[in-house]
Write a protein that binds this ligand. Structure first.
Ligand SMILES: [Zn+2]
Length: 539
């Protein structure tokens, strides 16, 4: 028997343990699994997934199913089982595409007794509900109703039967990552009896842009995509152009500039019932499209722990091919994450850990985190209380070259650095394991700049991990930073740093491996656990 084999046996049988803290023993990581996470393997997958031949991975494009089949076939070959219906590797779900029927849409606004009619373009649809909706108008600031966080924009104003104007963001004394669904947006407005949501421009720039013919042309073509499930329960939504909006804002002594400044500083915004009413007729062309998340599981070796899953996720979709035929390859976004999770799955299958592994490739992330929302809010493949952690990878394949001082790459990390987001938000133990594992193995620079939910880029909410975190599942989001090719056809394979990618992937593997072999269930922070339990029950 060869030495190599003896080392392998050691790794498998005894699961040598090292101490993370006084109490917790962390599993040693199998060397051959780490070797399987290498630039060559990563490049093999990515050169297919980001190829011209595949033609991009837009969720609603016919090629998208080709990418899904590629992922499913690979997972099957590694020994993963399909986690969808009847053992399928596909979690099918429906989305609706919504396009305005502008000629049939109209809006009448009566402000301080003055009535005026507006055509589509002076207002736009921002929801998914068609019909005629009429009512008074109230301004409710950030639209947050969370008395438990000492903030309620709905106290002191009656919005029953009214439209509510809500502006995006949160006051600086509220951590938006702690908000439950029913404490903001649609859900809070509905809970207080509002009949619809109104959005207004919150900067002069945006207001001026809405005045242009180019904008009016663009909104006529605008296609929004939403999950099909419980769409009829949604409130209708309109965005008002500057001509209407500035009159409404004036009733609160606000202008586009003053509201922009207040939002930037997270200043409080007083709520007020306005001397106004709006009647909107919204006509929409709606179509239903079927799509799929790719889902698979790997059994763990310890039957006692079969209900404790460690999840690895990425989104395998990207943007629609341009009208001029430009393909959006999405090599970094999120070809890098999809390739990484596939390669990590392969490494895990070589030595299954004690706990089972759940792999999910989300569809519709670019369309609004749709695939993960479907899996968490509607039909979880694995019940969320059986998921110990979600390690989500979205864009880890780029590194800033030394001496690159370009504005476009300002946020991009260098070859030895990666952003970690969310590791300390729901489980302090997760953060400890992540840090100690990195210190022991990859020794990368872990940057927490974007870990703040109030960071202006709101990165904490901008990838699929958020739909798990909002239900109280501990998460880590691995991210390299916005760069010059973000959401451009130029996000191509030739710019990918496969050495960095392999190093980050080994860190993700090591972290997940250790949680999957922990001698206890990953601990959640008490506060979060109770709040979330309360939230989950009320959903
Ligand atoms: Zn992405």
């Amino acid at each position: 028997m060869q030495a190599g084999i003896i080392a392998l046996l050691l790794a498998c049988t005894s699961l040598n343990l090292v101490a993370a803290d006084k109490k917790t023993q962390l599993a040693k990581v199998p060397a051959d699994s780490l070797q399987a996470i290498n630039p060559n393997e990563l490049r093999m997958h990515l050169e297919f997934l980001a190829s011209d031949q595949l033609g991009g991975r837009y969720t609603l494009s016919p090629n998208f199913a080709v990418a899904a089949q590629y992922l499913a076939t690979r997972l099957k070959s590694y020994g993963f089982k399909g986690a969808g219906e009847n053992g399928s590797y596909m979690q099918n779900f429906e989305v609706i595409t919504v396009k305005p029927d502008a000629p049939k849409s109209s809006l009448t606004a009566t402000i301080a007794g003055q009535s005026a009619d507006y055509a589509y373009g002076d207002f736009t649809n921002s929801g998914t509900r068609a019909g005629t909706f009429e009512g008074g108008v109230a301004f409710v600031g950030y639209g947050i109703s969370a008395p438990r966080l000492n903030h309620d924009d709905y106290s002191g104003v009656d919005v029953k039967g009214k439209w509510v104007i809500i502006v995006r963001g949160a006051p600086k004394d509220v951590d938006p990552s702690k908000l439950k669904d029913e404490e903001s947006g649609q859900e809070a407005a509905k809970a207080h009896g509002a009949i619809g949501l109104i959005t207004v421009p919150t900067s002069t720039n945006f207001a001026n842009n809405m005045k242009t013919d180019a904008f009016k042309q663009r909104v006529l073509q605008q296609e929004s995509v939403r999950l099909a499930f419980n769409n009829d329960k949604k409130l209708p939504g309109v965005t008002l152009g500057p001509a209407i909006a500035e009159k409404l804002l004036a009733q609160m002594d606000l202008t586009f500039d003053t509201i922009a400044a207040k939002l930037k500083n997270g200043e409080p915004l007083a709520s007020k019932a306005l001397n106004a009413s709006v009647k909107a007729t919204i006509a929409l062309n709606v179509a239903t499209v079927r799509t799929q998340n790719v889902v698979a599981t790997l059994d763990g070796t310890d039957p006692q722990l079969k209900d404790e899953y460690v999840t690895f996720s990425a989104h395998y979709d990207h943007l629609k091919t341009g009208v001029n035929g430009d393909i959006y390859h999405g090599a970094d976004d999120d070809g890098s994450g999809t390739t990484s999770v596939l390669t990590i799955a392969h490494a895990l299958a070589m030595h299954p850990p004690r706990r089972p592994v759940f792999i999910i490739f989300h569809a519709g992330e670019e369309l609004g985190l749709l695939g993960s929302q479907y899996n968490t809010d509607d039909s979880p493949v694995i019940p969320l209380d059986k998921i110990l952690v979600d390690l989500n990878i979205d864009m880890i394949g780029r590194s800033k070259a030394a001496g690159d001082t370009s504005e476009a790459n300002k946020q991009l990390t260098d070859k030895d650095t990666i952003y970690l987001i969310g590791a300390d938000k729901i489980s302090a133990e997760l953060n400890t394991i992540s840090e100690s594992t990195n210190a022991e193995f990859e020794k990368m620079k872990l940057d927490y700049l974007l870990n703040d939910p109030n960071h202006p880029d709101r990165i904490y909410f901008r990838s699929d991990h958020w739909n798990y975190a909002k239900h109280g599942v501990p998460i880590i989001f691995y991210f390299d930073g916005i760069h010059v090719d973000y959401h451009k056809p130029t996000d191509t394979v030739d710019k990918i740093d496969f050495d960095k990618m392999a190093r980050v992937d080994r860190l993700v593997f090591e972290t997940g491996w250790r949680i999957a072999n922990l001698d206890h269930r990953l601990k959640k922070d008490a506060a979060t656990a109770t709040a979330v339990a309360a939230g989950a029950n009320s959903r």
